[in-house]
Design a protein around this ligand. Structure first.
Ligand SMILES: NC(=O)C1=CN([C@@H]2O[C@H](COP(=O)(O)OP(=O)(O)OC[C@H]3O[C@@H](n4cnc5c(N)ncnc54)[C@H](O)[C@@H]3O)[C@@H](O)[C@H]2O)C=CC1
Ligand SMILES: O=C(O)[C@@H]1CCC=N1
Length: 268
């Protein structure tokens, strides 16, 4: 049975990834309309509008996937409408549910933090809502379930940390893959082969970590034969907790920026 319309406002890197994830998975029966002034095209079966419909037309579900700095333009159009979407799901980094609830006059807003692998159904989406009842929570979870793992976050204050870890995380891991490949190249491997080896190694290790009942520390020890070469390499990463410090600084910088975006959204 067809369900109410879903409007996806902004289909750039992340909105586009969610759209691809939804279309690749069976089950989403809703008509989808993308509102984006700039993207070139949308997949077959999806309606593309260059601007939000004026007048009182409203979607059943509104998914906000613009940059936080673009929120005001979207909010401005909804302020002119009577009524409100039944469910608001926002993926905007740093913008709080209460800010959204007031801006869009919705009863419930659900904040989501997906990550780029949602495009292949292998992402993780963190969810938070301070007001949604079980029915709304189940609906929000059902919407993002085809995109990968779901993690509910109890405390919105932790959302900046979640964003830094899993939202930004693919960006950090892509850098890691690059660094691994170029280190292989520095040891004499052809660049394309080094990249294939690095990508396959990260993919396989991620899958193994996800499936294993043992933690990454134990798995690392499985690779490191006593007196062997992995241990020598691990000693470099572990010296003075180098890698740990680097990741802490990396995530802290990202979390700080999320907090700044939240403050700016509250003030606007
Ligand atoms: N890129 C990522 O991996 C992740 C991004 N996010 C969040 O997703 C949101 C979008 O980020 P990206 O996709 O990376 O940015 P992006 O710049 O790739 O996409 C934004 C899209 O919004 C469109 N847009 C601009 N003004 C608009 C308007 N007034 N109405 C409708 N559409 C408009 C742009 O044409 C563009 O396609 C941000 O709020 C970000 O915090 C969340 C998780 C991960
Ligand atoms: O960089 C950003 O602001 C967004 C939030 C999480 C990933 N990308």
């Amino acid at each position: 049975m067809s369900e109410g319309a879903l409007w996806l406002v902004g289909a750039g890197n992340m909105g586009g990834a969610m759209l691809r994830g939804w279309l690749a998975a069976p089950g989403l029966q809703r008509p989808i309309t993308v509102i984006d002034p700039f993207i070139e095209q949308v997949p077959q079966g999806v309606t593309l509008l260059r601007e939000l419909p004026s007048g009182d037309e409203q979607p059943d579900i509104l998914v906000l996937a613009v940059k936080p700095q673009q929120l005001d333009a979207v909010r401005g159009v909804f302020e002119q409408k009577t009524g409100a979407p039944r469910l608001l799901l926002s993926i905007l980094a740093g913008v709080e549910t209460e800010t959204l609830r007031q801006a869009f006059s919705v009863e419930h807003s659900v904040r989501a933090m997906p990550n780029l692998p949602v495009s292949i159904g292998e992402g993780v989406t963190a969810l938070y809502s301070g007001t949604a009842d079980n029915g709304v929570r189940a609906e929000a979870a059902g919407l993002v379930a085809p995109l990968g793992l779901i993690e509910w976050i109890d405390n919105e204050a932790l959302f900046d940390a979640v964003t830094a870890l899993s939202g930004c995380g693919p960006g950090f891991l892509f850098r890691f893959i690059d660094a691994m490949a170029s280190a292989g190249e520095a040891l004499g491997l052809p660049a394309d082969q080094a990249m294939r080896l690095a990508v396959a190694t990260v993919k396989g290790s991620g899958l193994l970590a996800a499936q294993s009942t043992e933690g990454p520390e134990v798995l690392a020890d499985r690779v490191a034969s006593p007196g062997g070469s992995t241990r020598e390499g691990l000693n470099v990463l572990d010296a003075e907790d180098r890698l740990k410090h680097l990741m802490r600084e990396t995530l802290a910088a990202a979390a700080r920026r999320n907090a700044e975006l939240a403050a700016a959204a509250r003030a606007s």
